[in-house]
Design a protein around this ligand. Structure first.
Ligand code: F0G
Length: 480
């Protein structure tokens, strides 16, 4: 029997037109945006792989749910529906809705961190670490070394290194470690999963020491899929069962519903401890909104409740990650250096390997993301030294080992043909890589600088030299 291709488990009911621009137009847009892809207008983007956050397509069921929004200030029925779904799928009895993930991170950091505390985690995430620092804590990376090596084929590069965790706890004392912050599929490591066995070992280490384990559940469904595929003994379980097993090992979770849960806005804090939850409900009123809406409309809560159920359907998650794998394979075939293994939500280009002629102080990943837009209208995101920001104590640039560009795939939005165009665009840029120029800051904001900073090319007028001959590339319709 011959093999069959897989296809997306949905058909398209509503379409949103997108437009290609000319190379000259894109150069002008890039200059106006200060070579920061966050500052480009969406309408000037052809294929938008900036982020998978809030960019998913909702289903007909979710849109129908939007019409069932109960917009009461207090006690909306959509809140109770969401509470029931989170209890069932994630297993946390206490639910505090927030406008998005960082709202939950803010509440949790304020509740648990005292000035001078230390928070270990399996690699940092930008907003998560900033909230820990603003609450007076210091973040410590305790991820395994393989996570910092783009070429390592370790199946669970999101794992915590228990020796690093133990060394930190011994050094500062368990009473200065309020919790371990464990991310499921580690975004900045390239969307890499943590194994169930490793999380169990973290939980077993923490429990007798009175240290909580808090999950960043933002992409935990994707993590559960990797466990099903890769961890010995897990093949026979459903993604939903594995997700629940992950959460059962933790004391609580912060969640950005904008990823796994297939909604455009929303998040929550899930807890087991009723006393802590009461404090969180008190704080949410100050920063987000009443504890039954947390900064969201009733319809948003409903869309998220339905999206959570859809997110753990096996067909959905298989095709979602299958599409990311497909793009990764095409880039590998073209010889483009990417983070291996391919992660759950994105393909990460290894900008340091791709552009060895650009020093780290001229931000090769920022330059590569800008050059990719100039070349093709594809929008990606820097995940390297610009994202890492400055050390709050020394004020110096932090240079993480990984200097990456993230091609992030929104859920249920693009087809395989879009992935082919992206792969061809990156491959073309790869061939012309020595024509990419480094960047320097022209404006650097204080917090989360990557979102709003502006740049200028170093020693050139453009970030990517124009081609010698025609610089316009019309899409070619290849005949089979
Ligand atoms: N945790 C992780 C792992 C994330 O990736 C994000 C957001 C957050 C927390 C914060 O959630 O955006 O809802 O406030 N990541 C987006 C991204 C911004 O593009 O990766 P939020």
């Amino acid at each position: 029997m011959s093999a069959r291709s897989w296809a997306e488990p949905w058909k398209i009911k509503v379409v949103e037109p997108i437009h290609m621009t000319s190379r000259r137009e894109r150069e002008a847009h890039l200059r106006a945006a200060g070579y920061n892809t966050f500052l480009l207008r969406s309408e000037h983007t052809y294929i938008d792989l900036l982020t998978d956050s809030g960019t998913s397509a909702m289903s007909d069921r979710q849109w129908a749910g939007m019409m069932m929004g109960d917009e009461a200030y207090a006690g909306s029925r959509n809140y109770y529906h969401l509470e029931e779904v989170v209890r069932d799928v994630y297993g946390y009895p206490e639910l505090i809705p927030t406008h998005q993930g960082r709202g939950a991170e803010h509440l949790l950091s304020k509740l648990l961190i005292r000035p001078g505390d230390h928070v270990p985690g399996n690699m940092y995430f930008t907003t998560t670490r900033l909230h820990q620092e603003l609450a007076g804590g210091t973040f410590h990376d305790v991820i395994i070394d393989e996570a910092h090596d783009p070429a390592s084929a370790h199946p669970f590069k999101g794992n915590v290194d228990l020796a690093k965790l133990d060394a930190l706890v011994k050094q500062v004392g368990a009473d200065r470690v309020p919790y371990v912050c464990v991310a499921a599929t580690v975004n900045l490591a390239g969307g890499q999963p943590i194994s169930l066995a490793n999380l169990a070992a973290v939980a077993a280490y923490c429990a007798p020491r009175g240290i909580r384990v808090i999950l960043d559940a933002t992409r935990a469904v994707e993590n559960a899929w990797f466990i099903q595929q890769r961890e010995p003994g897990q093949r026979g379980r459903t993604v939903a069962e594995i997700l629940r097993a992950l959460c059962d090992l933790t004391d609580g979770a912060t969640m950005s519903g904008k990823k796994d849960s297939l909604v455009n806005i929303g998040g929550w804090l899930g807890l087991r401890d009723a006393g802590l939850a009461a404090k969180a409900r008190n704080l949410v009123v100050v920063y987000e909104g009443l504890h039954t809406y947390g900064g969201l409309a009733g319809r948003d809560l409903e869309a998220m409740a339905i999206g959570i159920r859809e997110s753990v359907e096996e067909d959905h998650i298989r095709s979602r990650i299958g599409q990311v794998m497909y793009l990764g394979e095409r880039l590998t075939q073209a010889g483009v250096p990417i983070v291996r293994p391919v992660g759950g939500h994105a393909v990460f280009l290894d900008a340091a390997a791709m552009l060895p002629h650009i020093p780290r102080t001229e931000y090769p990943a920022q330059a590569l993301a800008a050059a990719l837009y100039a070349e093709s209208g594809v929008r990606a995101m820097e995940r390297g030294a610009v994202s890492a920001g400055r050390d709050p104590k020394t004020g110096e640039d932090r240079f993480p080992r990984l200097e990456l560009v993230r091609l992030t795939i929104p859920r249920r939005v693009y087809t395989q043909a879009h992935m082919d165009v992206v792969a061809e665009s990156v491959a073309t840029l790869f061939e012309r890589r020595e024509h990419v120029h480094g960047l320097r800051f022209t404006y650097e904001p204080e917090y989360l600088r990557f979102f709003q900073a502006t740049f200028a090319p170093v020693g050139a007028d453009v970030v990517l030299d124009a081609e010698d001959a025609a610089d316009e590339r019309a899409p070619a319709f290849a005949t089979p």
